[in-house]
Design a binder for this molecule. Structure first.
Ligand code: GDP
Ligand code: MN
Length: 389
């Protein structure tokens, strides 16, 4: 009889052990993920995680910020734009219903407008407007030497610079650098969120980012910092330092105006200043910003100097470094925000929030260890070191 009891006892022990083991394995606290080589990587990122703002708190911001979702695109971007909108609506706008403005240098086709409108209608029913870029904001200004521009394009092609030979890409960069904020359809708005065809939002965004911007006085928000292709901007930094900055100084009788930062400031250190540019910039295919920043007189003076120099065409200045260096010169650190809690992908890079519990609660569909995630890249670390309080 004793042997029967022994078997029974061993059986019970086995079942208990199995249940315990199973519970440990499937435990959902993320600790299992933080082991080994991953620990250091996460440590470098984790301290940026603060609780995301709650809507109840942000609801104190009245009235609702005047904000718009902005997309510049071509008719041929339709399919990819529908992909972007599905993700953007599901993750954010279904809940907040901010209106859209779509801009194009050509007329949008009926099909484009119909399919975009229909998708948005079924998701949030937010207001949608389609507009055309004014001809005077798209193309060559009269002072550009066409031959020199063509030579410049060929030179960049031999250096393997992306979009080296594209003229339309340059029109687009110039438009986003100096004109988009003047479009009449953006007139009523104070903030915008730039979206692009083919991007994806990887986590639920459970608070109103525009209320957050308004409440905290933020003027510029980003998710990815990275390095620019140096050959596309050989004279951007020197133009800013040798033409724009001295003029601003002259305006105020030798001292810097309050409109721009000290060149030794930590805002400028982020970009390697004051003596050189490290090429770091906010990757602005994602961009949440205040329109008043771009509408300011100082930004207008800055853009006019850059535009006169011709680097948008003789080189291939991107709107990303142009916006970023303006932010470094004209904003204070606490007016710039790293949206570490917004999971985002624009080929070929990703930003995935590192915090496990957050990813679980926000239903993220991303992996911070994915090789395309550059949230611990050198430019982002530069930010983290200088700005993470
Ligand atoms: P990348 O992200 O630097 O590779 O550049 P994209 O091709 O994504 O262009 C940036 C944004 O400008 C996207 O929203 C594009 O749809 C838009 N875009 C680029 N070129 C043109 C153009 O010639 N016409 C219009 N209407 N939009 C453009
Ligand atoms: Mn893009």
């Amino acid at each position: 009889m004793a042997w029967l009891w022994s078997i029974f006892f061993l059986g019970v022990l086995f079942v208990c052990a199995s249940i315990t083991l199973l519970a440990v394995i499937t435990r959902d606290d993320g600790k299992g993920q933080d082991k080994g080589r991953q620990t250091r990587y996460l440590d470098r990122r984790r301290h940026y995680f603060r609780p995301v703002p709650r809507d109840e708190v942000l609801d104190g911001v009245r009235p609702t910020p005047k904000a718009v979702i902005l997309a510049l695109c071509r008719n041929s971007d339709l399919e990819k734009m529908l992909g972007t909108l599905k993700s953007f609506e599901d993750r954010f706008n279904r809940k907040y219903r901010y209106p859209y403005v779509f801009l194009n240098d050509e007329e949008f086709t009926g099909t484009f407008k119909k399919r975009i409108s229909k998708l948005i209608k079924t998701k949030s029913d937010a207001k949608v407007q389609f507009g055309r870029v004014p001809a005077e904001h798209w193309g060559y200004p009269p002072w550009i030497d066409q031959e020199r521009a063509a030579t410049g394009r060929r030179k960049l092609a031999t250096q393997g610079v992306p979009y080296a030979e594209s003229e339309s890409y340059r029109f687009m960069c110039r438009y986003y650098s100096g004109f988009f904020h003047k479009h009449p359809l953006l007139g009523p708005f104070d903030y915008y969120w730039r979206i692009e065809p083919g991007v994806e939002f990887l986590c639920d965004i459970n608070y109103d980012v525009f209320r957050f911007m308004a409440r905290t006085g933020k003027k510029y928000g980003f998710v990815i910092m990275m390095s620019e292709v140096a050959a596309s901007i050989p004279t951007l930094w020197s133009t800013i330092m040798e033409e724009f900055v001295p003029k601003e100084r002259a305006v105020s009788g030798g001292r810097l105006t309050s409109a721009i930062n000290d060149l030794h400031s930590k805002e400028m250190r982020l970009f390697g200043g004051p003596y050189r540019y490290n090429g770091c910039h906010f990757w602005n295919n994602f961009e949440i910003a205040s329109l008043s920043f771009f509408r300011s007189r100082v930004y207008q003076r800055y853009f006019e100097i850059l535009d006169r120099q011709g680097g948008f065409f003789y080189e291939r200045w991107g709107d990303a470094p142009v916006h970023s260096l303006a932010a470094g010169l004209m904003l204070s650190a606490d007016e710039i925000h790293y949206f570490y809690d917004i999971g985002y992908r624009h080929d070929p890079f990703t930003h995935c929030p590192a915090d496990f519990a957050f990813r679980r609660d926000a239903h993220c569909s991303c992996d911070p260890f994915d090789p395309t995630d550059i949230s611990a890249g050198p430019c982002q670390l530069q930010w983290n070191l200088n700005f993470a309080a």
